[in-house]
Design a protein around this ligand. Sequence first.
Ligand SMILES: Cc1cc2nc3c(=O)[nH]c(=O)nc-3n(C[C@H](O)[C@H](O)[C@H](O)COP(=O)(O)OP(=O)(O)OC[C@H]3O[C@@H](n4cnc5c(N)ncnc54)[C@H](O)[C@@H]3O)c2cc1C
Length: 360
Amino acid sequence: MSPDLLIVGAGLAGLALAGDAVRAGMDVQVLDKSRGVSGRASTRRVALDDGREARLDHGARFFTARQERTRALAEEGVQGGWLRVWTRSVSEWRDGTVTTPPPEHPRYVPPAGMSALGRHLARGLSVTTGAEVTSLERRAGGWRVHTRDGASWEAPRLVLNLPGPQVAPLLDDLVGDVPGLAEAAREVGRVRYDPYWATGAVLERDVEAGWLALRLFGHPVLEWIAREHTKREPGHPPALMLHATPDWTRAHLERRPEEVRPELLEAARDVLGDFTPLHAFAHRWRHATPTERAPGPAHWDPALRIGWCGDGHTPDPHGPRVEAALLSGWALARRVLGQGEDERERASLPPRTPEQEPNL
Ligand SMILES: Cc1cc2nc3c(=O)[nH]c(=O)nc-3n(C[C@H](O)[C@H](O)[C@H](O)COP(=O)(O)OP(=O)(O)OC[C@H]3O[C@@H](n4cnc5c(N)ncnc54)[C@H](O)[C@@H]3O)c2cc1C
């Protein structure tokens, strides 16, 4: 039997939407091309030869909770023991000098890694992983999606929780045949993302540092260095997560991970002094954080019963991030469930140009 709602993408926005739709009584099926849920809120597990395991957040570094519902989720997580406040202050590096701003808003991380947030949201949901959607088809009364492995799924309602540049090509084949889709497709097609190269390293010994993480300003290669073990339970092997700047990433986008990895480690040595990795990896995010977002919290066409959500939308005035993805998913749930658009959302829609908010 077909579900009531098909969601492509088990990122945080899609999972937030799915949870609300299921609680309202809908039969929901989520598809994701990856092996697990949580999308860019992602954790790499590294098994060491001595039997220890390390967990490194190579996507989202932490998350903030500035809105009522995200605060409630964070409080529930802290009380439930799967989430904690990692820090209230991220140290800053400028020209070799490190400063630590006074404590401000909390930055949350699950001690098990950022992907635990997605796993928490996915509890009780029907999610099929390893299902990469390659095309969409309009059917009488609904939608059919086709996956790379030759399977297909149908539902009367369809939501795409993908970065805008991945939504647009799926819609391209449809716009000629489905009147009313063209303008929305053009809008989501204008969403743009910065790319990031990320490198993780599990270390023989911790580096000498009095900080948990560094946001680097003016460094030619690196934007972020975190001592990942400071997010984890005691006894976790010392580990570093490095994120290159978007500019450096763009200049090196098509290189291979094994070429990029030593260069980011060397750049980190310039900042931290020498260290010895027991294991290192590199990961490229082509669509990491939006630089150009679509206005409004999400898109929903009630006539065609198709929509999209995610951090490429503008559900609140803060930057594109985990919290924006969650708010976008919950906002779209209200639309899909026919509860209309929240007046506060409509009133506070900021312009398309994103506010740069380095201090997430
Ligand atoms: C390097 C990096 C650092 C970041 N740092 C922070 C931070 O510190 N704080 C913060 O709040 N945010 C941060 N972010 C942003 C944050 O990760 C995102 O805003 C958020 O996770 C986006 O969620 P989403 O649901 O919108 O999209 P996604 O997480 O991208 O979800 C999309 C899902 O769709 C799946 N998918 C894609 N194509 C297909 C297909 N064809 N078929 C099926 N499935 C498909 C993907 O596998 C993915 O699971 C960072 C992101 C990156 C990459």
